[in-house]
Design a protein around this ligand. Structure first.
Ligand code: UDP
Length: 313
């Protein structure tokens, strides 16, 4: 049985990954619980193949493992900007600590990188050879530049120590185990509609994103990890169906019986105007593509938030 470390394991993507991997592997779930929640993994706490370790990756950690998924970092703009210095430290000092652990254990390591490394992209859709258009001194820089530096750290450990690495560039993802105060667009709109509150569109709503359902994303991460050793990435993982934010608001309003109305708020600084992954490489190399469309994924996500809100009343 493989020993797998998932940092950020109590977070949105991490907890879904823990659930998928725990039946056939021993899973160490490491998390500082800053933006994540113990409820996301409460079903696993008594599982014989599971151990939760409360720890911040900016501090060193010693464990013997075979594989590491490094997901530890706040990922929603409001959260990563609130704690901007800690975000940067989790990306840069965190990846250094985790790479040292991987080197010591001779473990394979997958880094959760992000579409944010492309910044406000000047090419569309974004493929992996695009170097990006990133502001190094802006509200998003702590995350964008932190994640870029983490990719470079990965590459240096591969070059210098022949470490087995994988770099996944994750595009917007949604689904079960997002926090209701996550702050990202799909969770905000669904929670607002369920509570009959205003639907807050930032800017005109003409900016676009492409949304991947969580189960597709975790499948892609596992396929990448298990791909033959010489493939390091980077590889885009996301859904390539593109929607404007205004469309997203309308689709969600159509699905929920609500008194909510759309209101327009100021657009945050450096908010990318468009984003859509080119997933040719993932299809070719990993034989992976998303299977769950937005309609289906939104229904599942609405059901999740509905039961979360009903439970908390
Ligand atoms: N957004 C919005 N209303 C919200 C939250 C987000 O209009 O309540 C917009 C945001 O400005 C961005 C897009 O939706 O253009 C996606 O935002 P999110 O925070 O989900 O992720 P991002 O792709 O910006 O990291």
């Amino acid at each position: 049985m493989k020993k797998i470390l998932i940092t950020g394991g109590a977070g949105f993507i991490g907890s879904n990954l823990c659930n998928k991997l725990v039946s056939d592997n021993f899973v160490y779930c490491l998390d500082n619980l800053y933006t994540s929640s113990i409820e996301n993994i409460s079903n696993l706490l008594n599982h014989p193949n599971f151990e939760f370790i409360q720890h911040d990756i900016t501090e060193k950690i010693d464990l013997e493992v075979d594989e590491i998924y490094n997901l530890a970092c706040p990922a929603s703009p409001i959260h990563y900007q609130n704690e901007s210095l800690n975000t940067l430290k989790s990306c840069v000092i965190g990846i250094y600590n985790i790479l040292e652990l991987a080197k010591k254990s001779n473990a394979k390591i997958l880094q959760a990188s992000t579409s944010e490394i492309y910044g406000d992209p000047l090419i569309h859709p974004q493929n992996e050879s695009y170097w990006g258009n990133v502001n190094p001194l802006g509200d998003r820089s702590c995350y964008d530049e932190g994640k870029r530096c983490a990719e470079t750290f990965m590459y240096e450990y591969y070059k210098n120590f022949n470490l087995k690495i994988r770099i996944a560039r994750i595009f917007n993802t949604y689904g079960r185990n997002m926090q209701q105060n996550d702050g990202r667009v799909i969770s905000n709109f669904i929670v607002q509609a369920l509570k009959n509150e205003d639907i807050t569109i930032y800017g005109t709503g003409n900016q676009t994103r492409s949304f991947c359902y969580i189960d597709d994303l975790t499948d892609g991460l596992i396929k990448l990890m298990n791909n033959p050793d010489d493939f390091i990435g980077p590889i885009n993982l996301g859904n390539d169906s593109e929607y404007s934010i205004l469309d997203i608001a309308k689709i969600i309003l159509d699905k929920i019986n609500t008194k909510s109305k759309i209101v327009f708020k100021e657009l945050p600084n450096d908010d990318p105007k468009m984003r859509k992954p080119d997933i040719t490489k993932a299809k070719l190399i990993l034989n992976w593509e998303p299977k769950i469309d937005l309609n289906n994924g939104l229904d599942k996500t609405i059901e999740y938030f509905n039961s979360l809100l009903t439970m908390k009343v």
